[in-house]
Ligand binder design. Sequence first.
Ligand code: KG4
Ligand code: ZN
Length: 340
Amino acid sequence: MPNSVILAIESSCDETSAAVIINGEVRSNIVATQVIHEQYGGVVPELASRAHQQHIVSVVTRALNDAKVTKKELEAVAFTRGPGLLGALLVGTSFAKALALGLNVPLIEVNHMKAHVLAHFIDEPKPDLPMLCLTVSGGHTQIVLVKSPYEMEVIGETQDDAVGEAFDKTAKLLGLPYPGGPVMDKLAKTGNPQAFEFPVSEMQGYNYSFSGIKTAVLYFLRDNLKKNENFIEENKADICASIQYTLVKMLLQKLRRASRELDIKEIAIAGGVSANSGLRETLKEMGEKEGWNIHIPDFQYCTDNAGMIAMAAHFKFLNNEFTSQSVSPMPRMEIPRMEI
Ligand code: KG4
Ligand code: ZN
């Protein structure tokens, strides 16, 4: 079997990232986070693609240097084909295509959502299969049934906002800076999660809905600010803890149901929101009661990163799954959906 020395590039949203994987071992993972979006309170697609163009050469160079690999040693070049922002994906896709063409090595396209799941195969201990992976980010909320690195299906997902969006949008209503998720997490640590009650939306099957809580928080704040203009300032930690408690409860209730009904105790979380301390603690508590074997990737592999793209590319390399030079980005690329 040839050595698999693969360079992977991730540019689906606001992180420009490159990683090198050698025979299944991630040797470097460089991430340049775009700070330009903070002042706008959200990712501005046009600015994201421009920033990717500015960063991509230095990020790739650093990834190769850190892994002590030269371009000539690469056996393949991998990239995120989707889902993501078209202009942002275009930068990584074009760069990968040009590099692969210049080096005369194959291209490997990667589905970003599958890569979040496959991030669990980077470090030891690797999960047993089948497993259920709850992928929670700013763009997605889904429960994935993973049968093998090559076979996975979405069994439930949000029908509107992603849970990361629910964190960020409710945080914005409280006047917190963008992205609000980590700030809310920090404030929630000193608050009482039972101080206020927000509605939990009931969706069919293993599906989710997070748009209702945003509206509920909007009206809750409007009504309370009418009575006391300092309401937010005086209750910030309690409000954050209560919102976080509700979001985590919604996420884990469905995950527990899926685990019981499918009789799968190998449980993983992935995506940016898996950094949330409330989610991690409650998951561990629930896992002890349910007898789960829980997998949480190292923090650098939770948020968007090319290490996970490299891991997914490694599996494809082993299977000789390569991509034609005529490939273009796919902003709405999905994991197939299974109705249960
Ligand atoms: O996976 P990710 O880095 O990017 C994509 O959206 O693909 O996820 C970013 C999301 C944002 O919504 C951010 O607020 C949220 O993850 N997030 C958190 C925490 N850290 C990041 N949400 C809650 N608590 C955190 N500690
Ligand atoms: Zn992501």
